[in-house]
Design a protein around this ligand. Structure first.
Ligand SMILES: Nc1nc2c(c(=O)[nH]1)N[C@H]1C(S)=C(S)[C@@H](COP(=O)(O)O)O[C@H]1N2
Ligand SMILES: [Mo]
Length: 527
């Protein structure tokens, strides 16, 4: 090379290093933002904030596809997707910085502003402080990128291209150190934990559940059948399905939690603390909860013993009357700390069923993932129209006046659960020996109850399954059918009849807009 060549003419190695520099600046930005978010609010980090905005903007059909394809890992897949996109952008920014150092750094800053905007416009954001993690991260990332690209040409600019090797060594040393420092600091921050989350965990650990004035009747001995592979009658908390839009599980400090009850027909607005809520009459009930996104045969259903207070009692206390008694509000809108809104018919809540504001689940305070400190439950309605987790307010309004979160996204405003039955065992595509095979599973039609379950082998006649004892019409029911299996490929099909005498229709429908229907079938091979 001659001295006349610009020392800033980038080589392939320079481009490679610039790409690395871009990636590193992005990585350090996110790590710093993560550390800052630990102190500000975990949900205010750029990845959860942008992810949350993406979730809210995603068309319902795409969301359905994601839930179907990725199940409960849909959130992990989304976050991974965001990281991949950010990674590609970071490489681009690194290459840009190689040409225009300042522009490259400005681009990092622009992403910081985007992250900050996403954070402060999330429905759960109540402070401009939420912008801090993204901005701080971006500033550090921008400076780092500026410095790194500068290093890459520092000596070459003075001493010509011969010094390029030394420049690259310096670049790599600084890059590696910055990466390690950010990783170490993020790890330490995580180990220390966020003060916000610590308070929440402490408040949960300190919570003593009150004794119910109205305990749940004992589960009848015959409600739990001893069949390997059947869903247990009570779903343990750790196995209970989780469906929500929260990328970071809200961790609410029970000591600071408040529930506000207000709106049309409320005589006097009420704001309750948790101890105040607990001075009401405590009820305990077994209730099966199901998700509208549950496909025929799907996993999004579970049964638990809930402890809480009667929601109808609380509404009557503040003067609310259901529409059938002339009350002005036909919709109850529950809001959660993360901005979710869930609309429930006032009539259903007050028609005598055990609608609850629950704080206990299977003998312990609600797990954070299931709505600690308080959630709603209304037997017979899908979760998205009844089961608001992390609830903070209840507003009495009308269906005409307000659409809750899922309604403009294509889901029905009102959605009683559809009768479903599921074969738990044998598993799909199982191979079994000829002879007696126990077919078993669960059926549910909350608040109507299950009257009958029938099983069919191939196109044969429907035969009655044996029903386990009924705990309550609000819970699912196990069933079994001893089948004399003969060799061949066999299709096992189940259908249930609810307490009103209506049998599940054969025709399958989509989960959208108000829940899947149709018979569940399993194909097995008998040898
Ligand atoms: N705050 C909040 N509450 C929510 C949701 C949500 O996304 N956010 N999802 C609802 C849906 S769709 C269902 S099916 C149930 C699931 O409750 P689980 O996760 O405890 O099983 O919670 C409901 N409550
Ligand atoms: Mo749901």
């Amino acid at each position: 090379m001659t001295a006349s060549e610009s020392p800033r003419e980038p080589t392939r190695t320079d481009r490679l290093l610039a790409a690395v520099g871009g990636l590193l600046a992005g990585y350090v930005s996110l790590a710093v933002a993560d550390i800052a978010a630990h102190w500000v609010r975990p949900e205010a980090g750029p990845v959860p904030a942008v992810g949350g905005a993406v979730v809210d903007q995603t068309p319902a059909a795409v969301k359905e596809w994601a839930i179907r394809e990725f199940g409960e890992s849909d959130k992990a897949v989304l976050q991974l997707g965001i990281l991949v996109v950010l990674g590609l952008l970071a490489v681009g920014i690194g290459l840009l910085a190689l040409r225009h150092r300042l522009l490259g750094s400005a681009a990092v800053g622009a992403f910081g502003v985007l992250g900050a905007l996403a954070a402060v416009t999330r429905p759960d954001s109540d402070s401009a402080l939420d912008a801090v993690p993204s901005l701080v991260g971006a500033v550090v990332g921008a400076i780092l990128l500026y410095g790194l690209i500068g290093l890459l040409f520092a000596r070459r600019a003075r001493a010509g291209t011969g010094a390029a090797q030394a420049d690259r060594r310096n670049f790599l040393v600084v890059a590696l150190s910055a990466g390690l420092a950010a990783t170490g600091a993020a790890a330490v921050a995580r180990a220390i934990g966020s003060p916000v989350e610590e308070n929440a965990a402490a408040s949960r650990a300190a919570l003593r559940l009150p004794k119910p004035a109205s305990p749940a009747p004992a589960v009848p001995a015959g409600a739990q059948l001893r069949v390997p592979g059947i869903s247990p009658f009570v779903t343990p908390n750790r196995d209970f399905y989780r469906v929500d839009t929260a990328l970071v599980v809200p961790r609410v400090d029970a000591d600071r939690w408040r529930l506000r009850v207000h709106g049309s027909g409320v005589r006097e607005e009420l704001t309750l603390t948790l101890p105040e809520l607990m001075t009401r009459r405590i009820v305990e009930r077994d209730i099966t909860l199901a998700c509208v996104s549950n496909e025929v045969g799907g996993p999004y259903v579970g049964n638990a013993r809930w402890l809480g207070v009667s929601l109808a009692d609380l509404l009557r206390e503040v003067g609310v009357r259901p529409p059938s008694e002339g009350g002005p509000a036909d919709q109850l809108v529950a809001r959660s700390v993360d901005g979710m809104t869930i609309g429930t018919p006032v009539e259903a809540v007050m028609d005598g069923r055990d609608a609850l504001l629950a704080f206990g689940m299977n003998g312990e305070p609600l797990p954070f993932t299931h709505g600690f400190p308080v959630r709603m439950l209304v037997p017979g309605l899908y979760g998205y129209v009844s089961a608001c987790k992390w609830i903070t307010s209840i507003e009495l309004t009308t269906f005409d006046a307000y659409d809750a979160y899922w309604v403009p996204r294509g889901w029905a405003a009102q959605a009683p659960v559809k009768t479903q039955s599921r074969i738990d065992t044998p598993r799909p595509l199982a191979r079994t020996a000829a002879g007696t095979v126990m077919i078993a599973g669960v059926a549910w039609a909350q608040h109507r109850g299950i009257r009958r379950v029938e099983v069919r082998i191939d196109e044969g006649p429907w035969r009655d399954a044996r029903l386990a004892a009924e705990d309550s019409p609000d819970t699912w029911r196990q069933w079994t059918y001893p089948w004399e299996a003969t060799p061949g490929r066999r299709t096992l099909t189940v259908r249930a009849t609810d307490g009103t005498g209506v049998t599940q229709p054969e025709e399958r429908t989509d989960t959208m807009p108000d829940g899947a229907q149709g018979w569940h079938s399993v194909v097995v091979t008998v040898k």
